[in-house]
Ligand binder design. Sequence first.
Ligand code: SF4
Length: 284
Amino acid sequence: MSGYARRPEWLKLTPLNPAIVDRMRALTRDLKLHTVCDSARCPNRTRCFGRQTAAFIILGETCTRHCAFCAMKSGRPGPPDPQEGEHIVDAVTRLELRYVVVTSVTRDDLTDGGASQFAQVISAIHEYDADIPVEVLVPDFGGSFPALQTVAEASPAVLNHNVETVPRLYPEVRPQAKYERSLELLKRAKLLNSNLLTKSGFMLGLGETRQEIIRLMEDLKGTGCDLLTIGQYLQPSLKHREVARFLNPEEFAEYEKLGEQLGFRRVASGPLVRSSFHASEMFL
Ligand code: SF4
């Protein structure tokens, strides 16, 4: 099948509202910041930016990895910006944010994978207002336990790490990642700080089977994971992996129910659900 797969009715998106999107872009440009919302071409930007929420990406926009589903640029990243924490606090102030999501590309080029930058940003926000919960969506830090410890000790409210897909598809979809390593990260985060809410997410429509999805959800619950997001994979460009299947909203509702039966505290499952979609509501 060449070209983009034809989208079903429930995935026919209303065009982005340029005024709302441009306003957020102007602000982030002004503050030398990027949002993963824009970099990953998230379909929910009008809604989230319209509500003055956004997920900030630190450590630049160039990833050292090349996942088959991801719109982020791959290559040799530049050095981290030592003032990133300040810039994010400026954005928090100007957007009057009461919940902040911070994520990053994977930085295999940095000794600690960028963990100290995450800690610096969390501390900067807490210095500004200790009551603002910070959710961090972290890479796997190459499996480094000290790196994970650095982030966990900075007391984020939620530590999120996406497993993205089922283990059988890792070689094609996330070749530089390891399924067991991702599960181990979530398990260790809970061991490091049992009050820390852990979260993970994956996409559907990459070629996984129902049995594999159920097994993945059981594995995640086995790590003590509290929050779960499940969304439909959408092909960012013709260079990226094709959509194998569009699941209908009823199937997402079924996985949401299954997730609750498995004991997750909150499950957000739907075609347009993304890692930080409704993030503050899920936390609250
Ligand atoms: S590691 Fe993350 S940011 Fe990098 S290509 Fe993969 S999904 Fe994208």
